[in-house]
Design a protein around this ligand. Structure first.
Ligand SMILES: [Zn+2]
Ligand SMILES: [Zn+2]
Length: 138
């Protein structure tokens, strides 16, 4: 799927900034922070344009936010865009990358009566395979 199609299916106007953000995220292969997205975005957009485009994509659930802690959030494309099933995410304490664990599904939870789910996020923190290998060879 192309960025333009994503905007089209959500009935959002095509702008180069919106398309650029989606393309950066499609090509990233990992979750990115707002700054990392901005650094990779081709073209010169001022802060306001970037921020507005970013928020629009988030509000329309094209972008999915993963809160790491109160200092850091990372973003991926929403499952509805990538057609992935709900999956856990892994934050590496060493290299600070977030990986989609596509093979680790988010289970359905049984909630007490009267409670409704708005979203479910499973975030696992630890050491990723790359960092583990690097530390072993030291
Ligand atoms: Zn790592
Ligand atoms: Zn993911």
């Amino acid at each position: 799927m192309k960025a333009a199609e994503v905007l089209y299916t959500r009935k959002l106007k095509r702008t180069s900034c919106r398309e650029g953000i989606i393309e950066v995220m499609m090509n990233a292969g990992q979750a990115l922070s707002e700054n990392e997205i901005r650094e990779r975005l081709p073209g010169n957009y001022d802060r306001t344009t970037f921020y507005r485009s970013f928020k629009t994509l988030e509000e329309h659930k094209i972008i999915h936010k993963i809160v790491i802690d109160n200092q850091l959030s990372k973003y991926t494309l929403d499952n509805s865009v990538t057609h992935k099933m709900e999956h856990a995410h892994f934050f590496c304490n060493d290299c600070h990358t977030v990986t989609c664990l596509d093979s680790v599904p988010v289970q359905d939870v049984q909630l007490p009566e009267g409670f409704t789910v708005a979203e479910k996020e499973i975030l696992i923190k630890g050491t990723c395979a790359d960092c583990k290998n690097n530390s072993g060879s030291r």
